[in-house]
Design a protein around this ligand. Sequence first.
Ligand code: GLY
Length: 352
Amino acid sequence: MNSIKAISYPVHFQENGYIALSKLIAEKKYSTIFILVDENTMDHCYPKFIPNLKTERPIEVIEIASGEINKNLETCIGVWNAITELGGDRKSLVITLGGGVITDLGGFVASCFKRGIDFVNIPTTLLSMVDASVGGKTGVDLGVLKNQIGLFANPQMVIVDEQYLKTVTEREIKSGTAEIIKYGITYDLKLFKEIKENNNLKISDLIFRSIEIKNEVVLQDPKENGLRKILNFGHTLGHAIESFYLESENKENLTHGEAIAIGMVCESYMSHKLLDFPKANVNEIKAVVLSIYEKITLLKEDFTAIIALLKHDKKNVNGQVNFVLLNDYEDYKLDCKVAEQLIIESMEFYNA
Ligand code: GLY
């Protein structure tokens, strides 16, 4: 599979990636290579990765605890301390080997350490292959508030190797599928229809097309001043729902994709009410979402708390919540204000 050229770095696939990585390490003469993993990727992905790393340079493995709950500054401090104790310097390289938590946090850690050292992303979940590891966003959560602290920083390269998908659960695969659905709805209707019809889709084709789309968007708007906001479709309410479940002790956490899938149903409903997005499309999105994800019932008594979390969305300006809504498939409108009553109605529509 051909590599994709992103803003200042390549996205390589399978063996090509490992060949390019060994070449990069030799050329840049890194002092030490730090591989950031969690307990799952240490057990299941590291043994697959390490035979591919051809280098004489010293290698150190740093393990953090898995899960969104650990994507915070405290974990970063632990990693910065570990890198320091292990003799990290400005010529060190960080390789992130994991899902979205590892690639987001690892990129952030590398970008801040001694004002920035190189990093390479090796995503091991579908979500991080098709979204988190590409596009230059790095960062961590602040409490339950998603990705509030972070910066734009590009890796030296991204290596996408589908063999790691064998190490993750079906639920994880479905989590990443929500981002592919988002690309389809907002940017490539053919992709959405293919997912809807589920015609023996090859995962490699879905991954490749998703990265192509994300890259096309990011190349035009790397710092999210306009177009890139379409990648937030479903995420405004979706993030609030995800955060709400994270902070609710008596509720099981939702995966990012499960929350975003609900967010897409609700935001397509708002689009219908505010922008004449066809009702048939809203029903189609809801049907596709419910064909993939287990139905969650959002409790009426939780609506207020979910809506309160919206005020932390990163697209907000002057305290106003800004949604990305749709005029039609592949046709978006940025910075839409939505009345609280319609947000509630959209959640009731999802529940119905
Ligand atoms: N995940 C949305 C973006 O990278 O812009």
